[in-house]
Structures are given as C-alpha cells and as structure tokens.
Write a protein that binds this ligand. Structure first.
Ligand code: ADP
Ligand code: MG
Length: 703
C-alpha cells in the first residue's frame, strides 16, 4: 500500500493565530459579521460585540497556552513594544477567575512616558493609549495573547508607525477609487496596498558575538581588519545551504508559519554568512506586523541554534550590508492588481494612469522617500558601492519605457495601447520581469506587476517607506482626478492621454534605466536636478519642508506637530546611535585592543632582544614588525584623543540638526581614522593575542 506523505504544514500553519477561520467557527454569526464590517470599513465596534470577541479570544488563547495578554504596538523607536497582563482576577475565596473584557481588548493605557514622542507628549502627561487594530489578527506567542494595536498620546496624536500607515492606506484607497470610477470602474469600492518585504540578515556564531562589544552594543563591527577572503568569489549567493544554517532556516520557517507569517523563499545572499527570507505578499498593515515578527523570531530562533542574527544594515566593512526590499503594489477589492500591465487594451489606460501617478509621486516626493529610509545604519549602505545609491530614480525596463516613449512622441493613444497590447498579451509581463531582474542597481524598479523599492535597510520598520509611498501616490491620483473629473465622457480618452503625456514630460527626469552605481550617473542626476541626500542629517530637513508637511496634512496622515516630532526623533536617534558607537569604539580600543597590542609588542621586543644578544643582528623581521606597530600605536593614541574630544563637543551641542551634522561630519570620520590604524595593527597581530574574534573567524565559521 502506498504510504501517504504528510508535511503537516497545512495543519500547522496559523495554529497560533486568531484568524478569520477561528473567528468564523467560534464567534456568533452576528458578532463575526460585525467584526468583518469593522475591518472593512474601519467602523467602531459596540462594547457588547467587543465583550463577546474578548471572551472567545480568551478561551481560544488559553487553549493555546496563554496566561497573559498584551497590547502589541510599534512606537517610534521602529521596534515593537509589549506589556503583559495576566488574565487572573482573584476572588474573595482565595481562588482566581480568568478574565478578559471587551474594554481590555479594545483599549489599553500603558505608561507612555519612556517612549520617544518628539515633544508630542510632555513627560508629566504620561498616559498614552493603545487601540485594537482588528485588521491585523491577534496571535499567541510565548504564553501571551498578542493584540496588534495603534499607539496614541492622550491628546490623540499618533506616537507610532501603525496609525500613519493605516491612514495612508485609507488615503490611497480613497483617491484610487475616485480615479477608477472616473475610468468607468463602478465595481471597485476599495483599494488595498500590498507589500512583500524581503528580509536580509547575517548569522554568526553566538560565542564570537558575545566577545565583541561593538556587535553587542551597536549591532555592527566598529573595527576589524578585512579577512583574506571577502565576497569577491561570488560563491555565496544562492550557494548550497550549510547543514546547520539549513536547520536554523527550517526551524525559523516553522515558527513563522505557526504565527501565520507566510515565509516563502530562503537563500544565501551575496556576502559570506548573509542570508535572505522573503514572504508571500500581504495587505500592507499585516505585512508590516509580520515583518516585525519575522525579525524578532529570527533573533530568537538564531539564539536557539547558537547563532546571533544581525539585522544591522552594515555589520561588516568591505562586504555587502543588508537591506529589506519593499515590493509594493495596489489591489482592488475585486482582486485585480492595478500594476499588472494586463491583456486588454481597455485596461491599459488604467494601468498607465496608475503607473504615471507613481512616477510623478516618486519624482516629486523623492526627498521624502529618502527620508523614510534614513538611519545611522542605512547611511552606510546608501551611496556605498553595493546597495542602491542615495539618488532616487525609477527603472521601468525596455518594454515599458518604449510605451512611454511612444506616449511622449505624441503617437495617438490607440497606437500606444495597441503596441502594448501586441507585446502585452504574452510577452510584456515576462520580458519586463526578465530585464528588470538584470538591473539590481535601481532603487525603485518595476518588476513585472509591482514596484520594488530597494533602499530600505534591513532593520527598518517597513511602515516608514510605505507611509510616504501611499500618501504621495494618493496625492498624484487626487490631482489627476481633479483635472479629469469634469471632462465629458467622449473626450475622456483623449484628455487622459494628454494628461499622461504632460505628466511624463514633467517627471521623466526620474526615469533611469542604466547602471545606478557609476559616477556618470551621479553627475547626470545632478544635471537633472535629482536629490542626492547622502546622510540622515542632510536628508532630514526635507521632512519638514513646506511641500512635504502639506502632503501629510492634506491627506490626514500627520498633523504639523506629528511631522515635527518625527523630525526631532530621527535626528536624536541618529546622534545617540553614533554617540554610543563612538564610546564603544573608544572603550574597545582603550581596554581591549591596547592590551593585545602592548602584550604582543612586549613579546616581540623580548624576542628581538634575545635574538640580538644571541645572534648579533639577527632580529630584523621582529624589529620591522615592531616598528610598524609602534607607528600605528602612535597614530592610535592621537586619533583616540581626537575622537574623545570631538565626541564631547558634539554631545554638548544643543541644536539637534547641528549635533547630528557634527556626528556625521566629524565623529564618523574620526572613527574611520582611528579604525584604519587599529585595523592596520590588527593585521600584524597573531589571533591568540586578540581578545575578540577577527573578521575571518566571524564570517567563515558557519557550518
Ligand atoms: P525577486 O526577484 O525580487 O526575488 P519575487 O518575484 O520573488 O522577486 O518577489 C519578491 C517579493 O515580492 C515577494 O515577497 C513577493 O511575495 C512580492 N510580491 C509579488 N507580487 C506582489 C504584489 N502584487 N504586491 C506586493 N508584493 C508582491
Ligand atoms: Mg528583490
């Protein structure tokens, strides 16, 4: 008899999630309907409905081992936060009941005073509140029921990343639906944004990790001579998975699947010890929550496998850093992907309208997109010769570019449509995908039926870029609608073509299909007037530029005060990060490296003296090394002093922008100078003298 193979995965998938299936099975019909309605329309839930949901949720959670519940939220640290309360409620006879009310489900009041608020909430007004987001499912993890929530100040200002993301999704839906209706699509009443965020990470041995203060405190190495081998052999990308790494990935997949995170693809990345996980795309809000969970579970599972998982954007000098590709599209409530080029010519107008809205949005709000991915860590990637440059441009691929060229040349729209149809029916989606895949240098690339924004760093909350993208596209759609809304039906096709053409002329400067890593492109981009914002302090003032504040306020994403708060927090975070890095580097050099250097120099000196007394002039090799080390030691002394003094000066600055600028311009370069001498010396010192593992050991020890 043939044995039936079972992976158990369909049974395992989502077992820890209070998902739609569980709700349908367990909730009374009317309550289930009320929840669905609330998710769809964002409408308020009545307290009796919330009470029923809470009771059912609690029963289900307890069956899955939960003793506690927590409102899970995403403060402006970019991380997640949680505070656990048990279900217990003591009674007068010394026993407990397990309770969970609708009120507790819907609203929490954590002490918010220690979360960054950028001045939105004075410390004396400690209260903030969390509000249940029923559009992202609750789940059980580590004995607690996790309830995804938004986080606001008592005055109602958003203190998190979920609220503005949800607002931006609404804004985009609203404008997209208006435009679709204009184009005759009466069937669509909602448009969702979809995200698939590919996550890169490094794995290193946990013992080695624990020996490096820089990794422990900063998540990246602050010194370390390059290993003899880097990524030049191109032998790691898509290479065979090492057995232990493969075990880790297997375990990770299963943990994620239980939590309903659709982990799909795993492979080795370009740099040694670097890997990637990509999920199947989901609704933006859920995808963001799931990416946060993915990062957290990666770290936890890594620990179990005796690894440390590094999510920093640039853990090692000289090899690639890690990013998080943000694959983004829009889908109607009819299930139609609006960025699918489509088969029927009638649909092409629609596709081109949305395509043009995106081109215009990315051109006009390139500065905001850049701001949305700025962090001290990601600055090491952008503009370096690996990840996309700091300049934002769009790659469309030859086929789509040809369609736009025809449009620009003023060929009648029918011709464009036909041309596209001829190719489009069978070839366009394919060819576009193939050619786009070959361009890995573009920060914003069309990849067949979605755009891929490649600038986000690996540690970033993927909410940030999507808030900007959704809002900017909503704005362009709104303007297009305003220009077209009074056009008579028989003129519409013609007017749309005219509008598309004029928008193309205005925004084609952002289109670039060449190699984004070359110096020529940097020059060319400057001529075109594109932004090249190399660092966070250079980029951040753009966040509070009038046009950008207006964008956010017009669409109800942020108030002016909420924008300014984020400006403050980002600058502060940046300075704090580099301040910690500077102190960590100083300490490693003073305490750890100097010890190694001195003891090796001492042994060398003894050896040289002994040889000399025995052999006369026989110690030239030792003397030579000694001289080199001595020269580096002198530079280390000078550079360390300068770094220490400059750091104190930067730290004393009051103005946040000036301070961050000083960290960027002075402290980072002081750190580089110091590091150069330390690394040069390290390369001469045998490993047994070093108190921490070298790059070679860190990067090539995985089995
Ligand atoms: P790559 O060549 O970058 O590996 P893939 O086709 O594997 O491209 O897709 C990468 C990511 O894009 C995956 O997470 C996938 O789910 C996501 N993706 C695919 N279609 C969409 C879409 N319509 N909207 C958002 N993300 C999508
Ligand atoms: Mg990709």
């Amino acid at each position: 008899m043939e044995e039936k193979m079972s992976t158990g995965i369909p049974e395992e998938y989502g077992t820890m999630v209070f998902n739609d299936k569980v709700m349908r099975e367990r909730l009374p019909k009317d309550v289930y309907k009320a929840i669905r309605k609330s998710v769809k329309s964002g409408s308020h839930l009545e307290l009796d409905v919330a009470n029923t949901v809470a009771a059912v949720m609690k029963e289900w959670a307890m069956e899955h081992g939960a003793t506690h519940f927590t409102h899970w939220f995403q403060p402006m640290t970019g991380l997640t936060a949680e505070k656990h309360d048990s279900f217990i409620s003591p009674t007068s006879d010394g026993t407990v009941l397990m309770e969970f009310s609708g009120k507790e489900l819907v609203k929490g009041e954590p002490d918010a005073s220690s979360f960054p608020s950028g001045g939105l909430r004075a410390t004396f007004e400690a209260r903030g509140y969390t509000a249940w987001d029923p559009s992202s499912p609750a789940f059980v993890k580590d004995g607690s029921l996790y309830i995804p929530t938004a986080f606001c100040s008592y005055g109602g200002e958003s203190l998190d990343k979920k609220t503005p993301l949800l607002r931006s999704m609404e804004a985009l839906s609203k404008e997209a639906v208006k435009v679709l209706k204009l184009l005759g699509r009466e069937d669509v009443s909602h448009v969702d944004t979809t995200i698939g965020s590919e996550q890169e990470y490094f794995l290193i041995d946990k013992d080695m990790y624990l020996k490096r203060k820089d990794l422990l405190m900063c998540g990246r190495t602050l010194l370390g001579a390059p290993a003899p081998k880097g990524q030049e052999m191109e032998d790691h990308y898509f290479g065979v998975l090492k057995p232990k790494v493969s075990e880790f990935m297997h375990d990770l997949d299963h943990e994620l699947w239980k939590l309903g995170v659709p982990a799909k693809t795993k492979h080795n990345e370009v740099a040694p010890s670097q890997h990637e996980l990509a999920p199947v795309f989901e609704t933006a809000n859920v995808a963001v929550d799931h990416n946060q969970l993915t990062m957290e579970v990666m770290k936890k599972v890594a620990d179990r496998h005796h690894y440390a998982c590094l999510l920093h954007e640039k853990p090692f000098e000289g090899i690639n850093g890690s990013g998080k590709h943000d694959n983004w599209s829009m889908v109607t409530d009819q299930g139609e992907n609006l960025l699918d080029p489509g088969k029927k010519p009638g649909e092409n107008t629609q596709f081109l309208v949305f395509l043009m809205a995106i081109i215009a949005a990315v051109d006009e709000y390139a500065d905001l997109l850049r701001v949305s991915v700025a962090s001290a860590g990601n600055d090491h990637r952008l503009g370096a010769n690996e990840a996309p440059p700091a300049i934002i441009s769009i790659f469309l691929g030859d086929e789509l570019q040809a369609v736009l060229d025809a449009l620009e040349a003023g060929k009648p729209f029918e011709a464009v449509a036909k041309e596209k149809f001829d190719m489009g029916a069978h070839v366009l989606p394919h060819i576009t995908k193939d050619t786009t895949d070959r361009n890995r240098t573009s920060p914003f690339a069309f990849t067949g039926n979605k755009f891929e924004f490649r600038m986000p760093g690996s540690a970033l909350s993927v909410a940030d870029p999507n808030i900007v993208l959704n809002t900017a596209v909503a704005e362009e759609l709104r303007r297009m609608y305003d220009k077209l809304k009074d056009v008579e039906a028989d003129k519409l096709e013609e007017e749309v073509t005219k509008l598309l053409r004029s928008m193309l002329l205005d925004h084609k400067k952002v289109l670039f299909n060449g190699n984004g890593y070359t110096d020529e492109w940097i020059e060319e981009a400057e001529k075109r007037g594109l932004y090249n914002l190399k660092s966070l302090p250079q980029a951040m003032p753009r966040l509070v530029a009038d046009k950008n504040k207006k964008l956010f306020t017009d669409h109800g994403i942020y108030t002016d005060a909420e924008v300014e708060a984020r400006y403050e927090i980002n600058l502060e975070n940046y300075s704090k990060t580099i301040h910690i890095e500077s102190l960590a580097l100083q300490e490693m050099v003073r305490k750890d490296f100097t010890g190694s250097l001195v003891s090796y120099m001492k042994d060398l000196t003894e050896e040289a003296l002994q040889k000399k007394s025995l052999l006369g002039d026989g110690a030239s090799y030792e003397a030579d090394v000694l001289k080199k080390l001595d020269a580096e030691a002198a530079s280390i002394g000078t550079s360390l002093k300068k770094l220490t003094e400059d750091t104190a000066k930067a730290e004393a600055m009051e103005d946040e922008l000036a301070k961050a600028t000083s960290y960027y311009e002075t402290i980072l370069s002081d750190m580089d100078v110091l590091r150069a001498s330390v690394d040069a010396a390290e390369s001469l010192i045998p490993e047994k003298y070093l108190s921490y593992p070298t790059y070679g050991q860190l990067l090539f020890s995985l089995r």
